[in-house]
Ligand binder design. Structure first.
Ligand code: AVJ
Length: 337
């Protein structure tokens, strides 16, 4: 458990803990002070959370993973043709277990294409494990790993990776960002790309609203567990006393904005104490905590986003149902090297 390093004695009765910004403790504290309360889905992926996410990817309702794998299988030669002229570096942002990127790696490797694979993941355990497994299967494979958050990783790549890059941001992870975060992130990537590089982004598309809703309201309750795991994480890492049974999971889909929003909702009035903060938080009956956005895009929105952030959509690759697209972007406004 994290200790209470720094505490400001605000009044006799109340203390304000001081934590470094952008840490788990800081973000949990400030999120629970907000009205309405919120927590960030970027903290879903501790060891247990990552395991639950693997279960989600196997759910019959959760179509995105299967769609994207179909796209990779179907279009691996198209992607290869875009890259193969020079030795190139595949930068995989949020690589996880590389189940989809593995389709490219396997194909390129067997064709004796010259490339390096650079997985980026916040979990050093995940990247090390991934590299070890890849090296077993593909002994000649050139790899380097980067275990940090996306923005620090982008800086590292800027410093250390020279030559042609194919940057991957898969799985519609981009759907977790707010509109502003999305633009900032893509503009940051633009900074480190050269004229001939490519960005390949997975976007989950608008479709029948029922299909989308079901993907986040699975019958077996795995997605509910996935969200509540963050409350459990606060209990173990920050000394919280969330009772998981007194919170209910709820996910909505708004077909106008294209946003799936996930919540946990307090099913009674209660007080949750968090030791690391030296204080607790009141919940009214049916008060919500916003947990995650999973945005669904139109092709026009993708086009507009590319344009706004300094890119041009080179092509959109689709699965047979057109549920999902991997959009390949070129950098605009940089001279050829
Ligand atoms: C991994 C962020 C793309 O938002 O669809 C799955 C996470 N949340 N079920 C998504 C998730 C609930 C997933 N991403």
């Amino acid at each position: 458990m994290q200790s209470r390093q720094n505490v400001i004695q605000a009044t006799e009765k109340q203390t304000i803990p001081v934590f470094q910004p952008n840490t788990f403790a800081y973000d949990v504290f400030s999120g629970l002070l907000k009205h309405p309360k919120e927590l960030s889905s970027k903290y879903f992926y501790d060891t247990t959370g990552s395991q639950i996410f693997e279960q989600i990817m196997d759910l019959p309702e959760y179509y995105p993973t299967r769609c994207e794998a179909e796209i990779f299988e179907e279009h691996k030669n198209t992607v290869l043709e875009l890259c193969r002229k020079d030795y190139f570096h595949i930068v995989d942002l949020g690589a996880g277990d590389a189940s989809k990127t593995g389709i490219f790696i396997d194909h390129f490797y067997k064709q004796h294409i010259g490339f390096e694979y650079i997985p980026v993941d916040i979990s050093s355990y995940a990247v090390d494990d991934l590299i070890r497994k890849l090296k077993q299967k593909y002994p000649r494979l050139a790899t380097r790993s980067v275990a940090t958050d996306y923005l620090s990783a982008l800086h590292w790549i800027h410093e250390h990776v020279q030559g042609k890059k194919l940057v991957l941001f898969l799985g519609s992870n981009i759907g977790n960002f707010s509109i502003e975060e999305c633009r900032l992130f893509l503009a940051n990537i633009w900074q480190l790309l050269d004229a001939d590089d490519r960005l390949l982004i997975g976007f989950d598309l608008r479709k029948n609203a029922e299909i989308i809703r079901n993907a986040y309201n699975d019958k077996s309750g795995v997605t509910a567990q996935f969200n509540k795991n963050l409350l459990r994480r606060i209990n173990t890492e920050l000394g919280g006393n969330f009772n998981l049974d007194s919170f209910e999971f709820y996910a909505s889909y708004d077909p106008v904005s294209g946003f799936v929003k996930s919540y946990v909702i307090s099913n009674k009035a209660q007080y949750v104490y968090i030791e690391a903060f030296g204080r607790g938080f009141d919940f009214k009956a049916w008060e919500t905590i916003h947990m995650e956005n999973s945005r669904k895009f139109t092709l026009e929105e993708i086009e507009e986003l590319a344009d706004f952030c300094g890119y041009e959509v080179e092509m959109n690759l689709f699965d047979s149902k057109q549920y999902f697209t991997d959009s390949i972007w070129k950098v605009v406004g940089k001279a050829d090297r």
